[in-house]
Design a protein around this ligand. Structure first.
Ligand code: A2P
Length: 323
């Protein structure tokens, strides 16, 4: 079984450096087997979200492990997220309670605001659209009021920690300026081609741990018709991998972890998910770290425009530089 290292959050809790990502896992049986395999090989951090619509599977597997005594609730670091259609203070408790029920737990370790922009709340759909096919967004997204409701979740014991995802620097600063509990985590797209050095520096200065989603460049997005860069096929990454007798994926993940960032790779393949956590027995040299740092191309794969048509016009769309 592989071991893991932990990073300290600003609220005193610890987050395992490698987590198991569950986005795009919509085949229940496959996901159930994969989470089982992940727990077997030592993953203790699972990253989910209301909108992934598979929290019930995570809950089922965890319940099996808890009731058999193989794991205790406190052994697992569990993250989930407020959906875009729940982006108003009165919806925050409703959505975390639905997540907790699906996950079959009394609390999560980390609750994140999934995206900075809000969609209209329409019963029965997570992705409301108008007649013209555009995303039906709610332009009055009030981050400060939503954050107050997030803070309340901590006092109610429904989550231990709170943070944000896909927020830019200005949006995080506004929360920092108006919070009693500062965000402890920012989850964003981060990989060799999108290292977000400025944002990462800002988070370090403000004691916010960064979590990298799509750490391998999200090749699985091809199933949604997205073109993705072939990071694992990159000759420089493979050359470094050969030197350490590791795979390209392991080098990509090690690079992230060694710069103090959490990574949540996704895999439904038992051998690959084992490989992705087996990265704690080597370190990249300063020279190789620098070579990896130099691969940055400021290339964003997930700008949300293909998931939410017209979302770039929302006042809180976070990636203005790309519009
Ligand atoms: P699979 O589930 O077949 O292993 P990301 O975490 O950046 O979004 O990337 C996830 C994608 O990368 C999935 O499609 C996954 O496919 C693939 N993947 C995950 N781990 C590895 C690995 N160690 N080697 C090759 N491909 C991997």
């Amino acid at each position: 079984m592989s071991f893991n290292t932990y990073f300290d959050l600003n609220d005193g809790l610890k987050i395992p450096a490698i987590g198991y990502g569950t986005w795009l896992s919509d085949d229940e049986e496959q996901l159930e087997k994969a989470i089982d395999a992940a727990l077997e090989v030592g993953y203790r951090h699972i990253d989910g979200a209301y909108v992934y619509q598979n929290e019930n599977v995570i809950g089922r597997v965890l319940q099996k492990w808890f009731s058999s005594g193989k794991l205790k609730r406190e052994d697992i670091f569990l993250t989930t997220k407020l959906p875009p259609s729940g982006m108003r203070p009165e919806h925050v408790q409703k959505f975390i309670k639905e997540s907790l029920a699906a996950l079959q737990v009394d609390y999560v370790d980390l609750y994140l605001v999934h995206v900075p922009f809000g969609l209209k709340y329409v019963e029965g759909t997570l992705y409301p659209t108008s007649d013209d096919g555009k995303s039906d967004y709610d332009a009055n997204t009030d981050h400060v009021a939503i954050w107050k409701a997030m803070e309340e979740l901590v006092s109610l014991g429904l989550t231990k920690s709170i943070g944000v995802s896909n927020f830019n620097k200005d949006q995080i600063q506004r929360i920092l300026d108006n919070s009693e509990i500062p965000p402890c985590n920012l989850q964003v797209e981060h990989h060799a081609y999108l290292q977000q050095k400025d944002l990462v520096r800002f988070c370090k200065e403000n004691k916010i741990v960064v979590t990298a989603y799509s750490p391998l460049g999200s090749p699985g997005l091809s199933k949604l018709g997205r073109e993705t860069p072939d990071l694992m096929g990159h000759p420089v990454v493979n050359e470094i991998a050969k030197k350490y007798n590791k795979s390209a994926a392991q080098v990509l993940l090690k690079h992230i972890i060694q710069t103090g960032i959490v990574a949540i790779p996704k895999s439904t393949n038992p051998e690959r998910l084992r490989q992705n956590i087996d990265i704690f027995d080597f370190s990249l040299s300063d020279e190789d770290l620098q070579t990896m740092n130099d691969l940055d191309q400021n290339l964003r794969i997930l700008d949300f425009k293909f998931l939410f048509k017209g979302i770039e016009n929302h006042p809180e769309y976070p990636f203005k530089e790309l519009v």
